[in-house]
Ligand binder design. Structure first.
Ligand code: PAF
Length: 298
């Protein structure tokens, strides 16, 4: 699997199906989908790179999905950087980019029937972004169908960032609960040298806000080091650390089961840490809502 600097841009599902079938027929045994909304950064590059390493044919999608935005203003200000995005994907060796217009994905307007994310979609991020995960899962379901290789033609995998832990958990549940023939692969979060998790939203932070935002990853690292040392997690002191940063408005900070995202029971968090878990954090910093998480090993 050599790195090719060529990427072919396709705008319709019919073109995507024909082109991926043609390329696979040349001898590919696996096909991957990397769904994105563009505004790509090193975190997306890691997704694409992993997909390229593990598969013969990689399709990345770039589509800003209106269904998962609450306010029109958020959708309008979502950065559109198509040329740079295509260059980044080509650099990783992605062969096909599916960049559909709105009408291709939602012909005749928004779909009447949608995927419902259920109680898992109402918690954490869902509590402050009602409908967000229904919208995200609906488009992910459609994209997974568009990227499906022809019958028996190849193994099929799709790549999602662990940074969006709730989205990843929901996509895994959707695929399991609704029998999608695809393996979901979670790719570890990419951070700047100072610890900030990469996000397309970081560009909206001022210098001062960016420095303040570092408290989120610092607090997660604190829990991680306590978990690694099998100490008490002492979530309260980690929370207090975040709350002492005046530019950060903490929304939630908790330790949850990695699959169900339910908070760990009191006896698991109040004793020296032994079991696996996931620490989730979210807060508003200036104009931006930031999320981050870290797996806590056993
Ligand atoms: O994580 C994202 O960028 C989006 O939620 C996704 C998965 C591409 C669906 O629009």
């Amino acid at each position: 699997m050599g790195i090719s600097r060529n990427i072919k841009v396709l705008t319709t599902a019919a073109e995507l199906r024909a082109e991926s079938a043609r390329l696979l027929a040349l001898g590919g045994a696996s096909q991957a989908l990397v769904p994105t909304m563009g505004a790509l950064h090193e975190g997306h590059a890691a997704l694409a790179r992993t997909a390229v390493e593990e598969n013969d044919l990689v399709v990345a999608t770039i589509f800003v999905n209106p269904l998962q935005f609450g306010e029109a203003a958020d959708l309008d200000r979502y950065p559109r950087t198509l040329d740079a995005d295509l260059a980044l994907l080509a650099e990783q060796g992605v062969q096909l980019a599916f960049v559909p217009e709105l009408e291709e994905i939602y012909p005749g307007g928004e779909p009447l029937v949608r995927v419902t994310s259920g109680p898992l979609g109402d918690a954490w991020e869902g509590a402050s972004r009602p409908g967000h995960f229904d919208g995200a899962l609906t488009v992910v379901a459609k994209l997974l169908h568009y990227g499906l290789p022809g019958q028996g033609q190849a193994a099929y995998r799709a790549y999602f960032g662990q940074k969006d832990a709730q989205q990843l958990a929901l996509v895994r549940r959707m695929v399991a609960d609704l029998n999608f023939p695809v393996e979901i692969v979670g790719v570890p979060t990419v951070r700047s040298a100072d610890g900030l998790a990469l996000s397309s939203r970081n560009r909206f932070l001022s210098g001062e806000e960016r420095t303040a935002a570092l408290v989120l990853s610092r607090a997660l690292r604190l829990l991680e080091s306590r978990a690694d040392a099998h100490e008490l997690l002492d979530l309260e002191s980690a929370r207090a650390m975040v709350e002492s940063e005046p530019l950060v408005e903490l929304d939630y900070f908790d330790v949850v089961d990695p699959l169900t995202l339910k908070p760990l029971a009191g006896n698991q968090r109040d004793a020296p840490f032994r079991g696996g878990g996931l620490a989730l954090i979210a807060g508003r910093v200036g104009p931006v809502r930031l999320i981050d998480n870290v797996p806590l090993s056993s």
